[in-house]
Design a protein around this ligand. Structure first.
Ligand code: PLP
Length: 489
């Protein structure tokens, strides 16, 4: 019975000991990498040989794992994006942690599909969703689901919003069943995934009202009220308001309390996109302004941003668990649940979202929250916010620099200035500063345009950043800026 026939194929290693040794080597190399990351360049251009190597056709025959790993070390590992580095501030991308990575390895090794069945990962997933509710002070009887990230978390929430809108029977009959066009309200600063979601769930781009913002980039309430009145007069159905807790551009916080009140008044769904900034709730300095998160009908937030968990994982929370389940539940014959055995256990997670195959991404969150506890995360998030404020102080203290937006949460937008320079000269100067910062491997901010001003954008959800990195960043911006101006003149 245990005799293996010569012709029984498998993908397991021919030499288990060699593979185990290779695994140890990989772990050692990763630890080297993390422990010395501060001394390394944050980014390197990819040589053309490497790009050619990564453009070869499908292999017909196999090769040894050792040789594959050598190829990885030569061609892939050195040209990483850099968000593990203490001076990565581009877009909004988390750092990850060693235990989070090891948890992912274990999750992958167990390899459960965490959608259905009686097995431990289902209970870990449930516990993590419950912890997410606790982090956000959502009611214990709310529901939630872990998804790949903020975009998925937002569309999951908006699907529930659409399917449970009044008695419109939209899940069964589609949007044509609605008595009029559904309209969604957000601001011009709202993340693009909200528009995409509105398109995918059948509202269409034209049903998305992007309301203007004030000088702090927060949704302007008076314009919102006026637009809702106009739409009601036109016979349309205002259906959902999306408020943002931490916009992607500047970290602005929409007036969530007022948005909540308006949505209640009109019987609308109130969703909060907190992909980046919902977790700022843990910083006492922001807790008050984010209190309305607790009252929202739904919330989307990322754990790969401000919980520093390795990619990828986001979370949707829905206040009304029944509405959530009623939006997605479906039980085909091949997914029947029993009350015993492997097919028993918790309600299928597929009843709460679109995806049926789901990895064990809960484990990295479970281990991380146990490793550090809520308090430590609150300190880390507050630290990032204080670093952003410190950077702003440095900028304000230097006549050659200016802030281009008020600092909110952990995003600082600034640029170099020079009297007599036109907007386009300033854009060229700051763009060149940005590119050299990246190419010299010093730091990786990204850019944005605010009120027509090209701007360096430092978004910090980095658990490795120190205050001194802000000093260095400013010093290098000034050095590079001065060098460029010398050449220009
Ligand atoms: C990052 C972000 C998103 C998108 O989340 P992903 O995890 O990248 O899919 C949506 N909204 C805001 C405000 C974000 O910062």
């Amino acid at each position: 019975m245990t005799e293996e026939k010569k012709n029984d194929l498998t993908l397991d290693p021919e030499n288990w000991d060699a593979m185990r040794q290779l695994g140890h080597q990989m772990i050692d190399d990763l630890f080297e990498y993390w422990q010395n990351i501060r001394e390394q360049k944050i980014w390197k251009p990819i040589p053309s040989e490497v790009k050619q190597f990564l453009d070869k056709p499908l292999p017909e025959k196999g090769q040894s794992p050792e040789s594959i790993y050598q190829e990885f070390k030569q061609n892939i590992f050195p040209y990483n994006k850099g968000n593990v580095h203490p001076r990565f501030f581009a877009w909004i991308q988390g750092t990850g942690t060693p235990l989070g990575v090891l948890a992912d390895l274990l999750a992958s090794g167990m390899n459960p599909n965490v959608a259905i069945g009686e097995h431990s990962a289902m209970y870990v997933d449930r516990q993590v969703v419950n912890w997410c509710k606790e982090l956000m002070n959502f009611p214990a009887d709310a529901s939630g689901i872990l998804v790949s990230g903020g975009s998925m978390a937002n569309i999951t929430a908006l699907t529930v919003a659409r399917n449970s809108f009044r008695d419109e029977k939209i899940r069964a009959q589609g949007l044509k069943a609605a008595s009029a066009q559904l309209v969604l309200y957000c601001s011009v600063e709202t993340h693009s995934c909200i528009q995409k979601a509105a398109e995918v769930i059948g509202l269409g781009t034209e049903a998305v009202r992007k309301i203007g913002v004030n000088d702090r980039y927060e949704l302007d309430i008076e314009s919102l009220k006026a637009q809702i009145e106009l739409d009601i007069e036109a016979g349309l159905l205002p259906f959902c308001i999306v408020g943002t807790s931490g916009t992607v551009n500047t970290g602005a916080i929409d007036p969530l309390d007022e948005l909540l009140a308006i949505s209640r008044k009109h019987g609308m769904w109130f969703h909060i996109d907190g992909a980046y900034g919902a977790l700022a709730k843990l910083d006492p300095q922001y807790a008050g302004r984010l209190k309305a998160i607790e009252e929202a009908d739904s919330l989307a937030f990322d754990l790969h941003k401000w919980l520093y968990v390795p990619y990828e994982v986001g979370c949707t929370l829905i206040r009304d668990a029944k509405m959530h389940r009623d939006s997605f539940s479906i039980t085909p014959n091949y997914l029947l649940q029993e009350d015993r055995g492997l097919s028993g256990g918790l309600d299928s997670i597929n009843n709460y979202g679109f995806e049926l195959s789901r990895g064990f991404k809960a484990l990295k969150i479970w281990m991380s929250l146990k490793e550090h506890g809520r308090e430590k995360y609150a300190q880390m998030i507050a630290q990032n916010n204080r670093q952003a404020e410190y950077l702003a102080d440095l900028v304000n203290g230097n006549p050659n620099l200016e802030l281009t937006a008020p600092v909110s949460m952990s995003i600082t937008c600034f640029r170099m200035i020079k009297s007599g320079y036109s907007e386009s000269q300033l854009r060229d100067l700051n763009r060149e500063i940005l590119l050299r910062l990246q190419e010299e491997g010093i730091a990786s901010p990204s850019s944005t345009v605010l009120n027509g001003k090209y701007t360096l954008r430092v978004a910090n959800v980095n658990q490795r950043t120190r205050m001194e990195d802000m000093d260095l960043l400013v010093k290098e911006v000034l050095r590079i800026g001065a060098e460029i101006q010398k050449i220009v003149h």
